[in-house]
Design a protein around this ligand. Structure first.
Ligand code: Q9C
Ligand code: ZN
Length: 349
């Protein structure tokens, strides 16, 4: 299988995040991508390459140009303001803040602008964040091109991840929505509908929001129930799309401690929807934070199930653009991704 990766991810080194009042070391580290790359390099069946630069246009197809411009300038503005450490907001634009007073516009100070373009405090902007995020989008786009060129599957080793980034918001360790950028690219190149299957532990609020009113992009997600799991405010089963996109969003929230049988059952339901939706290409947001030892999640999947998962997804009969999202248990991160991809390769036949 073809694998796209970029060493530029290493410029993005988030240091700390606040969890329920405590400052803790950030879990979305460069070592994550290094572990995955090492596991894939160890196996002769993966063919590695670096991405082709695609410019900003395919990113502007799913994101507010204001968000992209902000991410590009944010670090310099933070430094110019004489701030210490990473760029993090202290106040975010909760809709209730200006309720009944109009939407408000982008403020001018850097700390306020951070609170305008993000929804939380766990996603710091540092010196290399923008370059890494752009490289990750190029990684996803290059994998999509490989599949458009006839490959049955390609894996995009994206870092930072993307599925929490909405049209006009970064957050959830995500800055640009790599999977959404790739899916929109496929739609525009083929004129076909595209399914996005999100298997990260967390609900992909950003991908869902970007395509919520789109009849030509199916978003299906299997994830920790937002009743307890981040991002808390999206991913309920009654969210099914709106307007022309009514019925093209499917959420399958799962209970804490979810094991292999319950997970595979939900996956089969998700794949039924993928099968009945048109198109020849599916984008998979692959997070292995569903693993039982993941330090920030609460599912109980075995290592072995990743192979079966990959096999079942490939058997749905779509060409696959597999985009890396989360997964934070460093000792098994690479091998779980490898298992998934080997299972997929076997399922593609
Ligand atoms: N105390 C991805 O997996 N932190 N993002 C939750 C709970 C945010 C995860 C903290 C998790 C974001 C791509
Ligand atoms: Zn996740």
């Amino acid at each position: 299988m073809r694998v796209v990766h970029s060493p530029i991810h290493g410029l993005h080194v988030p240091r700390t995040e606040v969890w329920t009042g405590r400052l803790v070391p950030h879990v979305e580290t460069p070592e994550r991508a290094e572990r995955i790359l090492a596991a894939l390099e160890e196996d002769g069946s993966f063919e590695l390459r670096e991405p082709t630069p695609h410019g900003v246009e395919p990113i502007e197809a799913v994101h507010d140009p204001g968000l992209i411009a902000f991410l590009e300038e944010a670090w310099e503005a933070w430094e110019a303001a004489g701030e210490e450490g990473e760029a993090v907001p202290d106040t975010v634009l909760h809709p209730g803040l200006r309720a009944g007073m109009g939407e408000g516009r982008e403020p001018s100070s850097i700390v306020a602008r951070l609170g305008y373009w993000t929804f939380e405090t766990m996603t710091p902007v540092g010196a290399g964040t923008y370059r890494a995020a752009r490289a990750a989008a190029d990684v996803a786009l290059t994998a999509a091109d490989l599949v458009l060129g006839g490959e049955p599957a390609a894996y995009a080793l994206c870092r930072p991840p993307g599925h929490h980034a909405a049209r006009s918001l970064f957050g959830g360790y995500c800055y640009l929505n790599n999977a959404a950028v790739a899916a929109e690219h496929v739609v525009r190149r083929t004129g076909e509908p595209v399914a996005v299957l999100d298997l990260d532990y967390h609900h992909g609020n950003g991908t869902q929001q970007i395509f919520y009113e789109r009849p030509d992009v199916l978003y299906v997600s299997v994830h920790g129930d937002p009743a307890r799991a981040y991002p808390y405010f999206t991913g309920f089963d009654e969210e099914t799309g709106a307007g022309a996109g009514a019925g093209t969003t499917v959420n399958l929230p799962l209970a804490p401690g979810c094991g292999d049988p319950a997970y595979l059952e939900a996956l089969d339901r998700a794949l039924e929807r993928v099968r009945s939706f048109g198109g020849s290409v599916a984008v998979v947001s692959l997070g292995v934070d569903t693993y039982r030892e993941d330090p920030i999640c609460d599912f109980a999947l075995s290592a072995e199930v990743y192979e079966e998962m990959g096999r079942r997804v490939a058997a749905a009969g779509r060409r696959l653009v597999v985009v890396q999202e989360g997964g934070y248990h460093l000792p098994t991160l690479g091998t779980n991704v490898r298992r998934w991809l080997l299972g997929a390769a076997a399922g593609l036949g």
